[in-house]
Design a protein around this ligand. Structure first.
Ligand SMILES: Cc1cc2nc3c(=O)[nH]c(=O)nc-3n(C[C@H](O)[C@H](O)[C@H](O)COP(=O)(O)OP(=O)(O)OC[C@H]3O[C@@H](n4cnc5c(N)ncnc54)[C@H](O)[C@@H]3O)c2cc1C
Length: 418
């Protein structure tokens, strides 16, 4: 006798969140179609160009108490890591107001409490996801270091470090010349480093996503290159209209990163979502590179020793999904790299801009759509999507396949803004 047919699940978006959902669903027996308008691993996705850090310690959002006081220096200071296209401000305001409200101590504690379970075992989650695929070669365990120019600067971040400690993170601090003993490539201007163990990195995020997708296809998954324009959910299934083939599915996962709201709003999602534009600059054949990913705590960029290049990634720019990349953030990253690694030389540079999917309260959207039990959301991972993608995929797959799970999704509801 045949068992029940495997559910047909369509996953929209082949970034790290979408491919994680697709692989976990496939492994639980679903018949999965992964849909993206670009090849998985393509540079249009945030998952291509990020810093590659499996930052399990990143439970603290960017907006913390005192953000309003710090914002002018971040925006107008010579090396400030915040950029705004002023013509975009009127469109940004409906997001900016709740974003600033979410920087209160109470909100930040709530964010950290709910991000921690998504992040804490990220290296293991990536290894499990990539197991049996060519993607396994890109997952590395390593330390992760925050660099400060003075002890006072470190102490000014006491709130964030206190929260991390509360959530079980441990680290060692080294000071003075010990920073250069830790990594001789670093500038002597860094007088204190916080070194976190049990972290990790993805040595080429674009290739990693591409290899995961190849593994999914090799195991029988379908990949459809198309732009999903519209969805209609009925009693019997969901119809997806695309600019290629239209398809029918029993369940649909919306994992379309910064573009998700366009599909999700109609089904009851009311979380303000913006693109928090970020940049990377890659230096090819750089003569200096840190041994592990390091974060310049003042300039807020990470330098990651990727396979093939040194990647500087960071910067926050508000300017929407359509405006072209700006030059100033790229210049800032280059100045930062030269200040971080004295004597730095390289053959060539490659630059990139991408869209972090940023909900105004810095928590992702993970859960069913209020308007249809057939639709499930998985987007809005902001600064931590590379880290949290596999765990999110596991949660989504277990939920969709009706399995018991022990993660409380209440904080991730898509209708949490009332
Ligand atoms: C500069 C920078 C540095 C970062 N550094 C880190 C880091 O070190 N560690 C970390 O954990 N995170 C980091 N992040 C964040 C991380 O990259 C993102 O949170 C994560 O990649 C989001 O993944 P995603 O799958 O949700 O979205 P994406 O990777 O953007 O994928 C969404 C996909 O959906 C597709 N899509 C959208 N709409 C449609 C549609 N209608 N039809 C078909 N396809 C569609 C898009 O083509 C895209 O491929 C960084 C981000 C940036 C920008």
């Amino acid at each position: 006798m045949n068992g029940p047919a495997s559910p047909r699940v369509a996953v929209i978006g082949a970034g790290i969140v979408g491919i994680s959902c697709a692989l976990h669903l496939q492994r639980l027996g679903a018949s999965v179609t992964l849909i993206d308008r670009r090849e998985p691993g393509d540079e249009a996705a945030a998952s291509y160009g990020n810093g590659g850090v499996l930052a399990r310690c990143a439970v603290v959002p960017v907006a913390t108490p005192g953000i309003l006081r710090k914002a002018p220096a971040m925006l107008f200071g010579a090396d400030g890591p915040l950029f705004l296209r002023w013509s975009y401000l009127p469109r940004l305001l409906p997001w900016l107001v709740p974003y600033l409200r979410s920087s209160s101590t109470k909100s930040v504690e709530h964010i950290a409490r709910n991000l921690a379970p998504l992040l804490f075992d990220s290296v293991d989650e990536h290894r499990a996801l990539a197991h049996g695929t060519a993607a396994a070669r890109w997952v590395r365990s390593c330390e992760y270091a925050y660099l400060y120019e003075s002890r006072e600067a470190y102490e000014r971040d006491a709130f964030a470090w206190g929260l991390r400690r509360e959530h079980g993170f441990e680290w060692r601090t080294i000071a003075g010349d010990a920073v250069r003993e830790f990594d001789p490539a670093l500038s002597p201007k860094y007088r204190l480093a916080v070194i976190l163990q049990d972290h990790g990195m993805i040595a080429d995020p674009g290739a990693y996503v591409g290899d995961l997708a190849n593994g999914f296809a090799a195991a029988g998954g379908k990949i459809l290159l198309a732009n999903v324009k519209h969805m209609t959910a009925g009693e019997d299934g969901v119809a997806l209209q695309t600019d290629g083939d239209d398809i029918e599915a029993d369940r649909v996962i919306v994992a379309a990163g910064a573009w998700s709201q366009f599909l999700a709003a109609k089904f009851g999602a009311n979380v303000p979502l913006e693109s928090e534009r970020g940049y990377h600059l890659e230096l090819l054949s750089a003569n200096k590179r840190p041994a592990v990913p390091v974060m310049d705590a003042a300039r807020k960029f990470v330098a990651t020793p990727m396979d093939g290049a040194l990647r500087l990634a960071g910067v926050v720019e508000f300017g929407g999904l359509d405006a072209p990349a700006s030059k100033a953030p790229q210049d800032l990253l280059l100045r930062g790299a030269k200040a971080m690694l004295p004597g730095l030389e390289y053959d060539a540079t490659r630059s990139w801009m991408g869209h972090r999917p940023a909900p105004s309260d810095s928590l992702p959207v993970i859960g069913p759509a209020p308007a249809s039990r057939r639709i499930f959301f998985a987007y809005g991972h902001h600064h931590v999507g590379m880290t949290a993608g596999p765990k999110t995929g596991r949660i989504v797959a277990q939920h969709v396949m009706g399995l018991q799970q022990n993660v409380d999704l209440d904080a991730f509801r898509c209708d949490r803004f009332g």
